[in-house]
Design a protein around this ligand. Structure first.
Ligand SMILES: *[C@@H]1O[C@H](CO)[C@@H](O)[C@H](O)[C@H]1NC(C)=O
Ligand SMILES: *[C@@H]1O[C@H](CO)[C@@H](O)[C@H](O)[C@H]1NC(C)=O
Ligand SMILES: *[C@@H]1O[C@H](CO)[C@@H](O)[C@H](O)[C@H]1NC(C)=O
Length: 423
């Protein structure tokens, strides 16, 4: 009797177990299928024309979750970059080499959470004077820059969390603007920055990068809020939008990209007063081979530059602040780079102190991650001959000109796309 019950009991338990295992397997399979179904791919996307995907499916990034600073990929900082920036008494040089030493001796903790190294406690000029003896001869705005050099995490005021949600984005325009440039932004939206599907199914998106106007300016906060809601293309952070804060603007933009648009193939970063030839840019990007595409950093390349020492000019850099050559860099009016460099660029920026000139800082960051810029003659950041500036035919083969006001931009765009145009 007892034996029979025990046997029955064992059989019953065993079948229950089998059932449980079987069903949990089933739901696993279902779950995987569901997950797969939510990953948009060129093959399942029926809404658009066949996509000319530059990076083929074996290399294509699946729609990944955002990359948080804690999940940054391992970083190598190039020897060339380290060696070309002299170790000398200038403030920035000292700061850089101190960060590089931290990087080399870094324990796992600092490598995983590099952002924790920075403590935003605006320093007083008196304190800074211990490190920069002639700080009182610096232009006043330089003082603001120095005081804020450690502040890297301003709050986001307007976000666009859905910007890259639905499709695989081929090109993202990231346009540096300032609050009061409404008209420039509108001209960009209506012309070369138009979002949507272009030839060959390439998706293009646009964001404008903004800080805040100064306390002395009339407040534009309400109008900016309206604009952000209306057009869904403004990214606004709570910092003072000045020339010397452009490196900060870039840093927060990279962070935003990793969070919201980590899968974008290419990024165009530029000013709001340039004229970009979107179709020519797309054609160029599409023509790249996979190796070029994955390491792209191109534009008008400025080589062999050194700091300018005339205090009256915008790009002035005091001798006691930085001493050394500049790396080759793409003119900040507009340049292109590959989206898969974003994690490394963001990561390395924790080991390169902010610099008052953002395109020079870019050059340093790319060099530090081992990327050399390639020049493209279609980028005219110093503009073209005066007599050609309204000529749509001349612009057909160019990728970018600087600079055009909103009216010129509108006219040029209209004429370039006119069916009556014969070049
Ligand atoms: C994708 O690229 C890899 C190498 O980059 C190549 O071996 C493969 O054949 C390509 N696949 C397709 C479908 O083009
Ligand atoms: C860092 O982490 C790796 C594995 O995650 C480990 O092998 C290594 O010993 C760690 N290094 C230090 C300095 O803690
Ligand atoms: C950058 O923004 C911060 C935060 O608003 C501000 O304190 C600082 O003065 C700004 N720096 C410059 C150089 O304008």
């Amino acid at each position: 009797m007892r034996k029979k019950y025990t046997k029955f009991f064992i059989v019953a338990v065993a079948s229950c177990l089998c059932f449980v295992i079987f069903f949990s397997r089933l739901t696993d399979v279902e779950r995987t299928q569901r997950d797969l179904a939510t990953i948009p791919s060129a093959a399942t996307d029926t809404s658009s024309k066949p996509t000319a995907v530059l990076i083929n499916t074996t290399k294509k990034k699946t729609k990944t979750k955002s990359v948080t600073p804690n999940e940054l990929p391992p970083l190598t900082i190039s020897v060339k970059f380290r060696n070309d920036i002299p170790k000398n008494g200038a403030f920035w040089n000292r700061k850089l080499h101190s960060l590089l030493r931290q990087f080399d001796s870094g324990n796992n903790e600092t490598h995983r959470e590099p952002h924790k190294k920075f403590h935003c406690q605006p320093e007083s000029l008196e304190l800074l004077q211990t490190n920069i003896q002639d700080i009182h001869s610096y232009p006043p705005l330089y003082g603001d820059f120095l005081k804020g050099m450690e502040c890297r995490d301003p709050p986001v005021l307007h976000d666009q969390p859905g910007k890259c949600a639905s499709d695989e984005i081929f090109l993202l325009f990231a346009i540096k603007s300032i609050p009061k440039h409404f008209e420039r932004r509108q001209a960009v939206r209506e012309t070369w920055g138009r979002e949507g599907l272009y030839e060959n199914g390439l998706q293009v998106r646009t964001v404008f990068l903004l800080g805040r106007s100064s306390a002395d300016d009339p407040s534009l906060d309400k109008i900016i809020s309206f604009e952000a809601q209306q057009f869904k293309d403004l990214l606004v952070w709570d910092f003072h939008d000045t020339f010397y804060n452009l490196t900060l603007k870039e840093h927060v933009f990279f962070k935003w990209m990793l969070d919201r648009c980590p899968q974008v193939s290419f990024i165009f970063k530029g000013d709001d007063d340039v004229f970009a030839n979107t179709q020519a840019i797309l054609n160029h990007l599409k023509s790249l081979d996979p190796a070029q595409a994955s390491t792209l950093y191109t534009g008008q390349i400025i080589s062999d530059a050194t700091p300018l020492r005339d205090p009256k000019i915008k790009y002035y850099v005091p001798q006691s602040f930085y001493e050394g050559p500049y790396p080759p860099y793409a003119g900040g009016g507009g340049f292109l780079f590959s989206g898969n460099l974003l994690p490394s660029l963001y990561h390395v920026s924790f080991y390169i102190p902010f610099y008052p000139i953002d395109d020079v800082y870019n050059g340093m960051s790319f060099k530090a991650i081992g990327i050399t810029p390639t020049k493209h003659d279609g980028f005219k950041t110093f503009d073209i001959r005066e007599q050609d500036r309204e000529n749509p035919c001349v612009h057909k083969d160019l990728l970018l000109v600087h600079q055009r006001n909103p009216q010129q931009t509108m006219r040029l765009w209209r004429n370039m796309h006119s069916s009556m145009l014969t070049c």
